[in-house]
Design a protein around this ligand. Structure first.
Ligand SMILES: [Zn+2]
Length: 321
């Protein structure tokens, strides 16, 4: 829900609200600036266009349309990722073919281009044509962390929105943190601790257990089911703790992708060796799969569910993909 980000990113929140209240233009370029909320916030913005702005969390949770958007089953939304090093012309041709007809489910159709700086010349040309002859109802959303590398012909045709600097980096700089960087970053993001002195042994133990679990799971695979209780569940039983455990894992596997694609490490700076090992043992697709499964299982925690069984099924599902 867009409102969730009101206090985190007030400026861009206001800009998005303005856009939603006025006429939408046909192309937006988001300078993500490595901001931790950027991707989720853009998706919330997209949902506000395709569905509506839900006033309450309950209403949002019960919305079948938003659920399908989240699950990637909504045909008026297409996401384009780089295919290897570049975004290729064929990917945009395919998109234009798909978007040739009138939208069925919404007044709008949206395509999101991730890492827009990776549009190669011919793909950019194809996109330019698409942008220059905007069909009614089609909205382009381009995302990038390096806006200066996006072709200027494309930038000039988009409305640009810039996220603020990464706040974790501010936190790290502010307290001059050079040791245990991962611990501080994760505590800041997941536990919401913004005062360095509030980090306790509990948070250290939590991170240690997560790392132990990853080590175990990545080397033993399905057999780690036997040990998960000993490693994690005996120490951290609360639902909120399990939720955070999933959050740590999601951020870890996202960092494995960052590592694999030679991008900046967001959280696990102190665990390069582990990132390397896991990166060698998994393809990008496999890691993306793990992240998706983790996100799905994490959502299930909202229901009344047996956490032991949830963890078992997590490992089984991750191994079956
Ligand atoms: Zn909805």
């Amino acid at each position: 829900m867009l409102g969730d980000y009101k206090n985190y990113e007030p400026i861009i929140y206001r800009q998005m609200k303005n856009i939603l209240n006025k006429n939408l233009s046909h192309a937006y370029l988001f300078d993500m600036n490595h901001n931790i909320y950027a991707e989720d916030m853009v998706l919330a913005f997209v949902k506000s266009i395709l569905c509506k702005e839900h006033a309450t969390k309950e209403e949002y949770d019960n919305c079948a349309k938003c659920k399908r958007i989240d699950d990637g089953n909504y045909q008026e939304l297409k996401k384009i990722y780089p295919d290897g090093q570049f975004i290729k012309k064929e990917q945009l041709d395919e998109l234009q073919k798909n978007f040739n007809t009138k939208p069925l489910e919404s007044n709008y159709r949206i395509y999101i281009i991730y890492e827009a700086e990776k549009l190669n010349a011919s793909a950019a040309n194809s996109l330019l044509k698409f942008l220059e002859e905007p069909s009614f109802g089609i909205i382009a959303i381009l995302l990038t962390n390096s806006v200066n590398s996006v072709l200027s012909t494309i930038v000039s045709r988009c409305q640009i929105l810039k996220f603020s600097n990464n706040k974790i980096q501010d936190f790290i700089k502010n307290y001059n943190i050079t040791d245990e960087v991962t611990l501080y970053k994760l505590s800041f993001t997941v536990f919401g601790i913004s005062d360095k002195n509030n980090i306790e042994q509990y948070h250290r133990d939590f991170l240690d257990s997560v790392i132990k679990f990853i080590n175990f799971y990545e080397s033993k695979g399905i057999k780690s089911i036997i040990y998960e209780k000993e490693i994690f569940l005996d120490k951290f039983k609360e639902k909120k703790e399990i939720f955070n455990f999933f959050e740590f894992l999601i951020l870890f596997y996202r960092d494995v992708i960052n590592y694999k694609l030679s991008r900046n490490i967001m959280y696990f700076d102190d665990y390069e060796k582990l990132l390397n090992t896991v990166s060698l043992g998994n393809s990008v697709e496999k890691i993306l799969n793990k992240v998706n499964i983790l996100i799905k299982k994490q959502k299930l925690l909202k229901n009344n569910i047996n956490t032991n069984m949830l963890l078992d099924s997590l490992i089984i599902d991750m191994e079956n993909n």
